[in-house]
Ligand binder design. Structure first.
Ligand code: AMP
Ligand code: MG
Length: 405
């Protein structure tokens, strides 16, 4: 049997970071920056007021106090967006609004709260420090300085900064487009009534969600019967929008395992048994004119989910250009016992929590590879190494945190 690590390495070799291009800001959200970005401007671009108040000459207000307010003549208003700026003369001031440019002669802004709010003349009751409430040009970002680093995930704040320095696009590795196909004669779309022998199709919904959470744009195709012709037709239709295809079902040793049967003929696929539980039957390769990577997951829902976590999530994150492609793993105290087949790496579903400052993990009831109820209660995978067959309660185990990036 092939090791989990070898299989992961083979899959990661299948797809590197997607070719970057200049993506529009909103499309770049949650994609990865492909280059260092430098600011073409200073931020703020010019000195401006941090408050609604009065643009003053500080020297006029040296003796201002509650007991002896200083009177200034108000020559008018300076609003945000003002383009021609008046000179502040001795003994005079302008009302100024937040974000408005600081006029010549002004060396402090007095907030309204220190005055009587006058519009013709104003009484000022305190002396401002030099530069008070003035946001100095370049105090946030200095022109030509590095503002966003290659490899970083573009989130809301980074988009805000890019826009503020004037970029409408960023050099970005795009989100991988992942198409999910599921196969099985027994599968029926949720929302439809089941006839005897049928079950609702759940894997594709789950995997589309998981791919999205990993950072992909993911799509679901129609459910495919165990029929070679239909499988090839849907696959060909879907390839145009796929950077990666993920299938579930039809790869075991049964007689209706269409995915394996059809893809094997292409000669660009490998089907293998990987030493893990759940998730042993795995396949991968490339399809179509662009040699699009394809990964075939087993059909049991928990096997599909765990295989996605272990293999496909890191692939998607690598395609996205992220440096950190794996879930965080911590050591935790096991509450309860864990059994694992000899020679296989087990991924038990568990609930991890912090108790008395320490991670504690409890396997959920229901470790069968069909048990979605148990999977939906879990927030972690407990990893039992190949050579370990039994772990007793209170021992330490490695745990992958499913709720963290
Ligand atoms: P297979 O890998 O096709 O042999 O399927 C293994 C088990 O997983 C069977 O019990 C299938 O009914 C079930 N299964 C396969 N595909 C799906 C799916 N898309 N949604 C829910 N269950 C599935
Ligand atoms: Mg099947």
């Amino acid at each position: 049997m092939k090791s989990v690590d070898q299989h992961l390495a083979d899959l990661l070799a299948l797809a590197g970071p997607l070719r970057p291009f200049e993506m529009h800001l909103l499309d770049a959200h949650e994609a990865t920056l492909a280059q260092d970005v430098y600011s073409p401007v200073n931020l703020p671009p010019w000195d401006n007021s941090a408050m609604d108040g009065y643009a003053v000459r500080r020297d006029d207000l040296i003796n201002a106090s509650e007991a002896t307010p200083v009177t200034l003549f108000v020559d008018g208003d300076i609003a945000a967006g003002a383009d021609t700026l008046p000179m502040i003369e001795k003994g005079r001031c302008f009302r100024i609004m937040t974000g408005a440019p600081i006029p010549p002669g002004c060396d402090a802004v007095v907030p309204i709260e220190w005055t009587d709010g006058g519009t013709e003349i104003v009484f000022v009751t305190r002396t401002p420090n030099l530069g008070h409430h003035i946001r100095v040009r370049g105090s946030d970002i200095v022109r030509d300085s590095l503002i966003l680093g290659e490899g970083m995930r573009i989130k809301a704040a980074q988009i805000g900064l890019a826009a503020a320095v004037g970029f409408d696009r960023l050099p970005t590795h795009p989100h991988p487009r992942v198409v999910v196909l599921s196969t099985g004669d027994e599968l029926v779309e949720p929302g439809y009534v089941l006839r005897p022998g049928q079950i609702h199709e759940s894997n594709s919904w789950m995997l589309v969600g998981a791919a999205k959470e990993a950072g992909a744009r993911s799509f679901r195709a129609e459910t495919i019967l165990d029929n070679a012709g239909q499988f090839m037709r849907v696959l060909e239709d879907q390839l145009v929008r796929a950077d990666l295809v993920v299938t579930s079902g039809g790869v075991s040793k049964g007689s209706y395992d269409t995915v394996k049967e059809v893809l094997q003929r292409l000669g660009t696929m490998q089907f293998e048994s990987v030493a893990m539980q759940p998730g042993m039957p795995q396949g991968f390769g490339t399809v179509g004119p662009d040699s699009t990577p394809i990964v075939t997951l087993p059909g049991n829902p928990v096997s599909a989910y765990v295989s996605f976590e272990i293999f496909i999530r890191p692939m998607i994150r690598q395609m996205l250009g992220l440096k950190e492609i794996f879930r965080p793993t911590v050591r935790a105290i096991l509450k309860g016992e864990a059994n694992s087949p000899k020679g296989k790496r087990s991924f038990l579903r568990g609930v991890i929590e912090v108790l008395d400052g320490r991670y504690v993990v409890t396997p959920v009831d229901g470790q069968g590879s069909h048990m979605l109820g148990a999977l939906a209660r879990a927030n972690a995978l407990i990893v039992i190494p190949e050579e370990v067959e039994y772990v007793s309660t209170d021992e330490g185990v490695a745990v992958m945190m499913l709720d963290e990036d």
